[in-house]
Structure formats: C-alpha cells, structure tokens
Write a protein that binds this ligand. Sequence first.
Ligand SMILES: NC(=O)c1ccc[n+]([C@@H]2O[C@H](COP(=O)([O-])OP(=O)(O)OC[C@H]3O[C@@H](n4cnc5c(N)ncnc54)[C@H](O)[C@@H]3O)[C@@H](O)[C@H]2O)c1
Length: 251
Amino acid sequence: MSGRLQGKIAIVTGAGGGIGRAICLAFADEGAALVCNDINRETVGETAAQVAARGGRAAVVVGDLALEQTSRDLAAAARAEFGGLTTVVNSAVRDASYLKVTELPLVEWRESIDVNLTGPFLLLKHSIPLMIEGGGGSIVLIASQLARTPKPGRAWYSSQKGALISLAKALAVDHAAQNVRANTLSPGPTADQRFFSQWPSEAEAHKHAATLFGRLATPAEIAAAAVFLASDESSFMTGADLLIDGGYTVV
Ligand SMILES: NC(=O)c1ccc[n+]([C@@H]2O[C@H](COP(=O)([O-])OP(=O)(O)OC[C@H]3O[C@@H](n4cnc5c(N)ncnc54)[C@H](O)[C@@H]3O)[C@@H](O)[C@H]2O)c1
C-alpha cells in the first residue's frame, strides 16, 4: 500500500464514535497503523474490525481517557505493536447536560472537563516523548465550531473546546524545535449518532444544520481534513485551527 500516511503510526481516541471511526478508516486507507481507544469496548472493537476488513492494522486499548493509565497503555501499545508513534488524534468527548452555568451541576462540569481537557493533557504527556524519540510527528485535537460561535446551554462545551485550541497553540510553541506539530480540527455539525440524538429524526437534524449548504457534514468529510493534518502535506502547519464547518460560522 502506498498511501498519504504510509509509515505513520497513529493513536486515535473516541475511535468508536462517528468522527473517530471515520478518521480510523481514512487513516487505514492511507496506510497508517492505528492504536484505537474508546471507553466503549463494543464500538471500538467494531472500528478495529472494519479497519482489518479493509486490510489495515489496528490495535485496541479500551479505557477511560480521564484516567492516566489509559494514556500510558496507549503509548505502550504504539511502541509494542508498531515500534513508535508519529500521530495523535484526540476525538473523544464526554457530553454534559445542555444547561447554563447557573444551572449546570458542578459534577457534570468536572466529569466533562476530566475527559475533554485533562484527557488530552494526559494523552499528550505520555505520547509526545515517544513522538520525539522517533523524530517528531503531528497532533490533531478535535475541537468544534462552537468554540468560536457558542450555542445556548453549551458554555461548558465551548470553553473546553476553546481550551483545546489554545492547548494546540501552546504545544506548537513548546515542541516545534522537536519537529512536533500541533493543530486543532474544528468540525461543524456532522451527521452521526451524537448529533442525530439531539433531534427527533435525522431529517429534523439536517434541517437544523445551520450551514450554508443546508446539510450536515459527513464524518468522511471531517476525516479528510484529519488525514491532511496528519500527513506531511501540512508540514508547515502548526498552532492552527482548521475549520470544516460548511460556513456555519460565517453568518
Ligand atoms: N458530531 C458533531 O456534530 C461534532 C461537531 C463539532 C465537533 N465535534 C467533535 O468531534 C469529536 C467526535 O465527535 P463524534 O460526533 O464522533 O461523537 P461520538 O459521541 O460519536 O464519539 C465520541 C466517542 O468518545 C467516546 N468517549 C466518551 N467518553 C470517553 C472517555 N472517558 N474515554 C474514552 N472515550 C470516551 C465515546 O464512547 C464515543 O465513542 C468530539 O470531540 C466532538 O466534540 C463533533
């Protein structure tokens, strides 16, 4: 196989989810080896099975990203299974209730930030040394268009995604000398179970897409941008936020 990610070894968190799975499949199609993580054993197993069915290579680490051991296990699996690490994609997300800060229980704030911000911190703490050992690599943190354009009741989400954008910029500064690039990818509304679950039907969900195209993104459209950020085609890109939102934030 001679793909755009030939020779790359990637950790992908949230790999059982809509966007995470699409990223795993696109990466495998482009030649990357994968270490797939999710807290959901069944869905991440299905992702790995789909990767294998396409002729790709995927190891699985089931675990909660909020726990440091999960990140230790992910780095160890990349080393043991594939001999190193070039790429980290953080796609996992833990949702809280859609409530204003005046109403959101502290426990939900803490549980979401533990996965959505402390999770990537732990992941990078254990991954970056391995990337540096191999000569560098690319970090892709999945943020959101809602970091730029908040929606009612999502202060916890916009602030945590905004923090990821700042985190990537800070990582870019700290690790450029070691040839580690760090960017965020901000999807707009994307057609998967997580988005559909907010509406009574898929047709209703598309109606509320609020993009200039009047439709949701497909997970594959988001994955295509992740392939670009993971590949050497984006070699001069670091500290950037790549917005793939169908014009959601324009109006
Ligand atoms: N779908 C959209 O419309 C949309 C829009 C903008 C941004 N995003 C972002 O894209 C990313 C992927 O979203 P998605 O739509 O694929 O969501 P999803 O719910 O389908 O996938 C998220 C995955 O994260 C996993 N997860 C949850 N808690 C975890 C934990 N503690 N440890 C490990 N894994 C855990 C879930 O099991 C799930 O498989 C998220 O970061 C999300 O915020 C999504």
